[in-house]
Each structure stands twice: as C-alpha cells, then as structure tokens.
Design a binder for this molecule. Structure first.
Ligand code: 6PG
Length: 499
C-alpha cells in the first residue's frame, strides 16, 4: 500500500453533513476499488468518498494514487493486486480509464486477482459492442462486467453526474444506494441514476445520449450561424437573443453553454473568443458509433448522422477555403426580414430538438428490441433530466411521452410533443427555406424537418424504389390492392414520346 489515511471525518460524522445521507442509513462503509485517477476518476473518487464510500484507489502514476488516497481518506494501492487484496469479497472495482485498449489492459491485469461473484464497472465512454464482448468473456470466470454511461464531464463527476448503468441487476443491487447518492438530481429531486437494462445497454444509451448531444449542438451552431452570418446581427444582439431563449422553453445546459461562449472575451484582445475560433469541430467517435448503430438496427436517425457528417465537413477547412475561392461563396446577401427570421428560429429550434430526441428514442427502442436488454425508455429520459450534457426542460415531457410511446416506433405520437412540432412547423419551414435560398447549409434543421415530414407522409416515394428493384433484380414488391409478394412483367425500355 502506498498510503492509508483516515478521512477528514468518520462515516457517521460525514453522514450528518451530506445530502446523500440516506445512503449511509442503510449501508455501512461500503468498499469500492477505483482504477484510473485522471481528472474524471479523481473527481468521481472525491464524490464517492464524500458520500461515504471507502475507497481503495490505484493509478499508474504512484504520486496520483497517493494524492487521491489522501484527498478521499481512502487506501492507495501500489498495484492492482494490492487493490484487489484490500477489497472484501465480493469485490467491486470501478474503472475510469480511457475507452478502448486501456480498458482491456486494466481488465487483463485485474482478472487474475478477481474471482467468481466479483464485479468490474467500466465508467468510461466505451463502445457498447466492446462492453458486450468483455461481459461474455469475464462471465466465463463468473465475474460480472457492467458498463456505466457517465455524463457531465469533470464537474459532473465531482458534483453529480447522470449515470446510465447497464449489466447484471443482482451484482449492481448492493451499490444502487451509493450511485444514487453521488448522482445529479433532476428538477424534482430524484437521482439521475438508473440501471437502464442488462448487457451493454448502459454504454449504448450513453452513445445515443452523445448522438443527441452532437445533433443539439449542431442545431445551436446552425442557429447562431443564421443569426450572425445570414441576418447579420451583431454579437451583443445575438447573445441577448440566446440568453432570452435559454430562460424559456429552450432552456437547456447546451444553451447555457452557448451563452457562456458568447459572453467570453479574449483577455488580450478584448474581442469575443467565438470570432477567433476556427470553424472546425473535432470528435472522439461516440457520435459516429450512434450513427453506425442507427444503420445497424435499420432506424432512421438522420439528424444524429448529419451532425457527425457536419463535423466531418467542418474538418475540410482547407478544401472549403479552396472551393470558395474557386467557385465563390454559396452564401448570398440576405434579402429577407431579419425580425421574421429571429422570430422563426426559436420555435424552429425547439421543434427540431424534439425531432432529434425522437430519433434517439427510436434508436434505443429498436436496439433494445433486438438485443433484449429490457430498457425502460422512461428511466432513460428521467436520468437525462439532470447532470448530463443534454439535460433540458424538454426531457420532462419526453419522459411522459416515453411511458406510452417509448418502445417505438416514435414518441412523436405523444400529443404534447406533437404540439411542439406543430407549433414550430411553419417557422421551421421558413428557416430552412431562407437558409437554402441564401446558400447557408443547415444539415440539422433540414434533415430533422425531412425526418418529421417523412414520418407524417402516408405515401412516400419508395414505390418507385420498390419497382426499380424488381425491374433490375426481380426482388419483388408488395401491392396496395392485394396481399402477398409480387413481380411485374416490366415494359421494355422505349424512350419514344407517348403523349
Ligand atoms: C458527456 C459528454 C462527454 C464528452 C463527449 C465529447 O456526456 O459528459 O458527452 O462524454 O464531452 O464525449 O465528445 P466529442 O469529443 O466526440 O465531441
């Protein structure tokens, strides 16, 4: 052991000082191992210790282990063997290491020291199919592996994240009070923690959260772009519009982030930082997993995918500059009514945000139907009400909608959600038409509108696709007027006029 130090207060004393005290009333000094003490891991350790968990911590950097052990009144382990030895069976070890190979490495080093009935929790942004693989592999030794989607960044880890837990219910049960205690609170005071389902469902739901995060961010970015570059508003006016919206039906953590962005000035130049930032957005891959999953499960989630494509497009900075110089910019001088555009954007953004959430829940429903995780969409929506990046006032009506329609195919059947779409309908069309007419790309606004229009169109264009498939591949089609599958004897190609 590197260090063992009594915490600043004993569990009972700490109990009386903390909001999560309910937990201590039922559990005494639960022991948890924590591996990976980067910013997220260290903050989570402080949060766990602050709610009475007795931690055995380990990080590859010994000085970090010592510091976090001292901070949390826990035990610092010199290696994973010592960490496992310091935990009473059945052991539970929480991993906060980067997704991918580091998770496999941590599991490989830990495995020889664990036994039947022990559990590993992966709290990183892991790819859900990796989680499923690890679960199956560790199950051979009777070791439970649980994937936790943890949202809220470093601050959330310290003060209260949203936690989407996936895995074995019995293995998780003893720890539920602790995780409820450390989680964020929803506006009604309930904990933003839920076991969303079995298997890899926790990490899958977190990926969908991130897909929605990408799309909501893209919509905000398009809105700002339209205000600033199309309507030509100055920063102060645009900022005030965002600030006003952030207090109304559009209130959300991401809107608050946008207002903070617009309020920030460069200390050296005094100019707004936003105007100095290169228009290229990076990504770590979770949005792409979600878009891939939509294709894998055959779900229409165009705006979740468009938000990823939009980031890819943003990355082509040099090419965009070169083509703009070659062909001229697509953007044309604004020929519309600035105030009408400003008025249209608020309901349009709200309606588009609803459409994005609907896509996310359709994807969860379809994946769950195939994987059999037993995800209750209401739990997911309720967890997302606080602590996570996509928390917003929309999650409350979405949770209500999920109770009836969350198992698919779309929560847009819900009357209250549909009313939000309906209220924004004309404005949304106006925004897209104005943007397209002036050469401004609006992939998120456009795709979300097309998605809703597609959903509410009883007869789409796919009759022509079905027919062409039969022409060239004899794939068959179904008919409106009689049951069964059919082929036609198609006419030969003859381009002569018929009229
Ligand atoms: C969260 C965030 C977090 C991270 C994103 C960023 O829920 O706390 O989603 O996980 O900020 O993964 O993703 P990109 O780097 O891909 O934008």
């Amino acid at each position: 052991m590197l260090s063992t130090r009594a915490g600043p207060a004993g569990p009972e004393e700490a109990l009386s000082r903390r909001a999560g005290a309910r937990y201590h009333a039922t559990m005494s000094n639960p022991k948890l191992g924590l591996i990976g003490l980067g910013v997220m891991g260290a903050n989570l350790a402080r949060n766990l210790a602050g709610h009475g968990a007795s931690l055995v911590v380990y990080d590859a950097a010994a000085s970090t282990t010592e510091r976090v052990a001292a901070d949390t009144g826990g035990v610092g382990a010199a290696d994973v063997a010592a960490l496992a030895a310091a935990l009473p069976a059945p052991r539970t070890v929480f991993l906060m290491v980067p997704a991918g190979a580091p998770v496999d490495a941590a599991i490989a080093s830990l495995r020889p020291h664990l036994g039947r009935g022990d559990a590993i929790i992966d709290g990183g942004n892991s790819f859900y199919l990796d989680t499923a693989r690890r679960q199956a592999d560790l199950a051979r030794d009777g070791i439970h592996f649980m994937g936790f989607g943890v949202s809220g960044g470093a601050e959330g880890a310290r003060l209260g994240p949203a936690i989407m837990a996936g895995g074995d219910a019995d293995a998780l049960a003893p720890h539920v009070p602790l995780f409820e205690a450390i989680a964020a609170r929803a506006p009604d005071g309930s904990a933003c923690f839920a076991r969303v389902g079995s298997g890899a469902s926790g990490h899958f739901v977190k990926a969908v959260h991130n897909g929605i995060e990408y799309a909501h961010m893209q919509l905000i970015a398009e809105t700002w772009h339209l205000l600033r570059r199309l309507a030509g508003l100055d920063l102060a006016r645009g900022r005030d519009i965002f600030a006003t919206w952030s207090r109304g039906p559009l209130s959300s953590f991401l809107m608050e982030c946008a207002v903070r962005v617009l309020d920030t000035r460069d200390p050296e130049t005094g100019a707004a930082v936003i105007d100095a930032i290169v228009d290229t957005a990076e990504q770590k891959g979770t949005g792409q997993w979600t878009a891939n999953a939509a294709l894998r499960y055959g779900v229409a989630a165009p705006t979740l995918a468009e938000a990823v494509h939009a980031r890819c497009l943003s990355g082509l900075k040099d090419e965009r500059m070169a083509l703009e110089a070659l062909l001229g910019p697509s953007t044309m001088p604004f020929a519309g009514d600035v105030e009408a555009l400003v008025r249209a954007l608020e309901p349009a953004l709200l309606a588009a945000n609803v459409a994005v959430l609907a896509q996310g829940f359709s994807l969860i429903a379809a994946a769950d139907a195939e994987e059999g995780w037993g995800v209750d969409p209401v739990n997911v929506a309720r967890v997302w009400r606080g602590g996570c990046i996509i928390r917003s006032s929309l999650l409350e009506p979405v949770a209500v909608a999920c109770a009836r329609f969350g198992r698919g195919p779309t929560i847009l059947r819900d009357h209250d959600l549909w009313k939000l779409i309906e209220a924004g309908d004309a404005a949304w069309r106006q925004v897209v038409v104005m943007a397209v007419a002036h050469g401004i790309p609006v992939p998120a606004f456009g795709s979300a509108l097309t998605y809703v229009d597609g959903l509410r169109t009883g007869r789409l264009w796919a009759d022509m696709i079905a027919a062409q498939r039969d022409v060239f591949g004899e794939h068959g089609f179904t008919r409106l007027d009689r049951p069964g599958r059919h082929h036609a004897t198609w006419a030969p190609y003859d381009p002569a006029p018929r009229g």
